[in-house]
Design a protein around this ligand. Structure first.
Ligand SMILES: *Cc1c(COP(=O)(O)O)cnc(C)c1O
Length: 428
């Protein structure tokens, strides 16, 4: 079948995510037949360099041989089993490894199957922790320009108008403090202090995306903010929830972004890269203190009764273990350093272009913000289409182009990604 035939079949029934379906009248869907390494290929043999790791998940590229072998191996024994009352080896191994890779106070883990669910779990647990201790603390604090997912609780703590506006009147209450990615750090900290002061005794937690507000136009800030925020959370006795769903697993140059701030959050949410794009999986890590607040006789009514059908899926856990193997065996974090430097070097030239506002980079994420375009021009769409014609898949957020390549990109592929984009930006 041709791309077009498949698209017609698709559009009869499927409502795609993050899409205005009418756009597909002029902007064709691309049916993908296969993926290998850095490339995906459509049904007419066009290949595209996947520069955003297929929405930030395929950190080791497509159809990775080692992961394929490991998932096949697991498939011979067990694909899934109910996780209430039962357990399995891949989950036990994964829990142990994640606990050893994250700050020491994070000793317990709760499994779910997507990023938004991980956020819901941390919010519910945080609220219930205080309730179990006889306190009512209904408020969550997050940052302006934040994004924590699409379910109602996650949306409530997000501040990306586009996704949230419609539902505003039915969302749980949350308060936003100024973001260090938009105002100077001291101002952001002072504003957080104000918010915590004004809502003293009502706030249970502060939730942040460490270092990069990804869906919020890839806005970035320094680790020193997180260090100061941790101290502030301690001072006010509220939890710090670190949403590393996007930035975890090496994106910012360290395995986890919080390492750069040298702090321990009370909750750490992980997903996306955790299975290298193979299986839906997410986890929340937290402290023994939090765990203990739920540990009692059933009749006391303090249990945490959250569950998802695919919680702790066996194949997903096996894949996550394979991903951790690759980090270990191939020295990924160390080897990425040269790639990070290369991206920095190669993107410098954008600075001289009249339509470039700013270049931002944290590790393996680089964003180029353009200027001089009205939102109605949808310049990101034009760039996306031009790049695609040249076999490069990028997906700008409005007027912000970003690169989030898989860690397996060669220097040549990084160069192709940047050269192609540069060429387009000089011509639009
Ligand atoms: C993607 C993302 C989420 C939501 O994860 P889903 O798996 O899409 O539900 C939450 N927080 C951040 C920072 C994300 O990037």
């Amino acid at each position: 079948m041709t791309n077009n035939e498949l698209m017609q079949e698709d559009l009869k029934h499927i409502f795609h995510p993050c899409s205005q379906m009418k756009d597909y009248e002029t902007l064709p869907l691309i049916p993908i037949k296969k993926g290998k390494g850095a490339f995906i290929e459509d049904f007419e043999n066009n290949v595209y360099l996947d520069c955003i790791s297929s929405w930030w998940v395929n950190i080791f590229g497509h159809s990775n041989e080692y992961i394929n072998a490991k998932i096949n191996e697991q498939l011979q024994d067990l694909e899934h089993v109910i996780f209430a009352g039962f357990t399995h080896k891949p989950a036990i191994d994964l829990a142990k490894r994640l606990v050893s890779l994250t700050p020491e106070p994070l000793q317990k883990i709760f499994f779910a199957d997507n990023g938004s669910s991980a956020i819901e779990i941390s919010l519910k647990m945080s609220f219930q922790y205080f309730k179990n201790k006889g306190e009512s603390r209904p408020l969550f604090v997050s940052l302006e320009n934040s994004y924590h997912g699409e379910t109602m609780g996650a949306l409530a703590v997000s501040d990306t108008g586009l996704y949230k506006e419609v539902y505003e009147e039915i969302l749980i209450k949350s308060v936003h403090a100024k973001s260090p990615s938009l105002v100077p750090e001291d101002e952001a900290i002072a504003d957080m202090r104000r918010v915590l002061e004004e809502n003293k005794g009502k706030v249970n937690s502060v939730v942040i995306e460490p270092l990069i507000q990804c869906a919020g136009s890839m806005k970035m800030y320094d680790a020193s903010y997180i260090t100061k925020l941790r101290a502030l959370c301690d001072e006010f006795g509220v939890f710090l929830i670190a949403d590393e769903i996007a930035v975890g697993f090496g994106r910012t140059g360290t395995l986890f972004a919080i390492e750069q701030a040298n702090v321990t959050p009370d909750f750490l949410c992980l997903s996306k890269g955790i299975t290298g794009g193979y299986m839906p999986l997410s986890v929340v890590l937290f402290t023994n203190d939090i765990y203990d607040a739920f540990y009692c006789d059933y009749s006391e009514g303090k249990s945490f009764l959250d569950s998802h059908s695919y919680t702790g899926n066996t194949l997903a856990c096996a894949v996550a273990n394979a991903v951790l193997d690759i980090f270990e065996n191939e020295n990924v974090i160390e080897n990425n350093q040269a790639k990070i430097e290369f991206i920095k070097e190669q993107t410098k030239r954008f600075k001289d272009l009249p339509n470039v506002q700013e270049i931002r980079q944290r590790g393996m994420v680089c964003a180029i913000e353009l200027k001089g375009y009205a939102p109605s021009e949808r310049i990101g769409l034009t760039i996306f289409q031009e790049a695609l014609k040249q076999g490069v898949y990028i997906r700008p957020l409005g007027h912000v182009i970003y690169f989030m390549p898989p860690y397996i990109f060669t220097q040549e592929q990084l160069k192709k990604m940047i050269d192609t984009t540069y060429d387009i930006v000089t011509k639009i």
